[in-house]
Design a binder for this molecule. Structure first.
Ligand code: UN1
Length: 509
């Protein structure tokens, strides 16, 4: 085993369930790296008995944790942030090897975890409720925020640690316990992060079962969490299909969800835009994480007068791109997550041609000793006349569609005319266009940027999208409120019992 893996507590065989102790009696998951197709390590999945025991311990941990003052809870997150800073290089390496994203982006992902820990520490002293003017004399009306319970967090392969951290850091300072079901494509990242958390709990005295981990091979663990009435909130990241099935189950028992599902993110490039900035942002948005971010740029809506210029610049950038081992500092794009992802991409390109799209470059599988393991592709740049049926779908791969517009209204309509509503951007130096894009009749997405690309959001803002993206908000701003229950309190310190709305009831009416 490599030392950097042993430093993270990863062995050849790993238990995949943590609830204060490590266990996992289910079948082993053999994890293969997309970097070279070689097995990394195996992880023992959760059985039904493991899930039951782990959730029971998480509930017991919650019962005590909710009584711990929030700023004291914050101390565990502060120490977790320090542990992450210390382990950043090794953890980033693991993220890179397990997902195939380049090291620079993997480091950025670990940095997102550190940032949200810092945010959570501050938040632990700011879980404010309002005091509201009562209409009755000598009455006080106020609201309090109380912890919710055990929160289920289901994460995807593309951000195997950061999205868990957005949810968990907030949930934990809010007084909740977390039960995490990571993607079965990235189990080792979750084991490494949970081991770090376990160490932090040993320092602070927090119950390690607050950081419960349940690795499952198929849908089992997710469905178990979704069906459990004692899990009041499930935060899930993944495809729209997964989110819809999960929502049916959780909402069917009137549970709460935070859904962060598919995106179909467009960049509008106007005639006044700096094409240099626009093309750099599009390039990062479309190629970053090999087009496997939910915020990836999938569509470019360029004014017809500059369309060919934008295409030429993008084609130049695509052609000079270095594809290969994500650990090599010269690499800009690593492999896709697995062979299935490559097949899906190639099928989408075949369909694109049959629907009337034109491939400008790329879209091929790379073979040869430089690209072992069958997961490397060249990113595809294509021109389309508009939102073709395929373009309206999210293909989770580096495929970028460029389409023309004439009037700015038409560009906004194209931006909005897809089922998803996560992220969007306009590149313009025209203040009216920028304001129009951000206005009530502008972009309908949860994220709308001016002269900033669609991906790479900071943790300080609320993150999430509208329509079939699911409507959830995670990370910054006041997203913490979803992890708590709001209680409205009216306190009477008079010797009368006045009723609201001035109602006189029963007495000398
Ligand atoms: C995701 O792809 O699920 O804004 C999250 C971004 C990152 C997070 C992406 N900060 O691109």
């Amino acid at each position: 085993m490599n030392t950097w893996l042993t430093n993270l507590g990863i062995g050849r065989k790993n238990p995949g369930v943590f609830c204060g102790e490590w266990r996992g009696g289910g079948p082993a998951l053999e994890n293969v790296s997309p970097v070279d197709g070689r097995p990394l390590a195996s992880v023992q999945t959760a059985t039904e008995a493991d899930c039951a025991e782990a959730l029971q311990r998480a509930h017991a941990a919650f019962d005590r944790w909710r009584l711990t003052p929030a700023p004291v809870r914050g101390e565990t997150l502060r120490r977790f942030g320090i542990a992450l800073r210390e382990r950043k290089p090794d953890l980033a390496r693991l993220v890179s090897v397990e997902t195939g994203k380049i090291l620079a982006e993997a480091e950025g992902e670990v940095q997102e975890m550190i940032d949200i820990c810092d945010f959570a520490v501050g938040l632990s002293r700011q879980l404010y409720g309002l005091t509201i003017a009562s209409e009755r004399p000598k009455h006080r009306l106020m609201e309090q925020w109380h912890p919710l319970g055990v929160v289920g967090v289901i994460t995807a392969f593309n951000f195997p640690v950061a999205v868990w951290a957005w949810n968990s850091a907030l949930a934990l300072v809010c007084g909740d316990a977390v039960a995490w079901k990571p993607s079965s494509k990235t189990p080792l990242c979750s084991v490494a992060v949970t081991r770090l958390a376990q160490g932090v709990c040993a320092e602070t005295g927090a119950d390690p079962a607050l950081f419960t981990l349940l690795i499952g091979g198929g849908k089992g663990v997710g469905e178990r969490l979704a069906a459990d009435p004692k899990v009041p909130l499930i935060s899930a990241t993944g495809s729209c299909e997964m989110g819809l099935a999960l929502a049916r189950q959780v909402h069917g028992r009137l549970g709460r969800t935070i859904l962060e599902l598919g995106g179909n993110n467009a960049v509008i490039v106007t005639p006044s835009a700096s094409l240099d900035l626009a093309v750099r942002a599009i390039f990062f948005g479309a190629i970053g994480t090999a087009g496997q971010r939910c915020t990836s740029t999938r569509r470019v809506i360029a004014h017809e007068s500059i369309l060919h210029d934008v295409e030429r610049r993008l084609r130049d950038a695509y052609r000079s791109l270095r594809i290969g081992n994500p650990l090599d500092a010269r690499t800009t794009m690593g492999p896709l997550i697995d062979v299935n992802a490559v097949e899906t991409m190639l099928q989408a390109i075949t369909r694109l041609k049959s629907e009337g799209g034109r491939v400008l470059c790329g879209g091929e599988r790379l073979t040869g000793s430089e690209w072992p393991g069958d997961c490397y592709v060249t990113p595809c740049l294509a021109e389309v006349p508009g939102n073709l049926p395929l373009v309206r779908e999210e293909t989770f791969a580096p495929v970028l569609y460029v389409m023309p517009y004439r009037q700015f209204d038409e560009a906004i309509a194209l931006n909005n005319d897809v089922p998803q509503g996560l992220s969007s951007a306009v590149f313009t130096n025209d203040a009216r266009e920028a304001e129009e894009f951000l206005s009530v009749c502008g972009s309908d997405c949860g994220i709308a940027n001016v002269n900033v690309g669609t991906s790479g959001a900071e943790i300080g803002g609320a993150f999430g999208g509208e329509k079939s993206t699911g409507g959830g908000r995670e990370s910054g701003s006041d997203a913490w409120k979803t992890y708590m229950r709001r209680q409205t309190n009216t306190i009477n310190y008079s010797s009368e019992l006045p009723l609201a709305q001035g109602i006189r009831f029963g007495v000398d009416a």
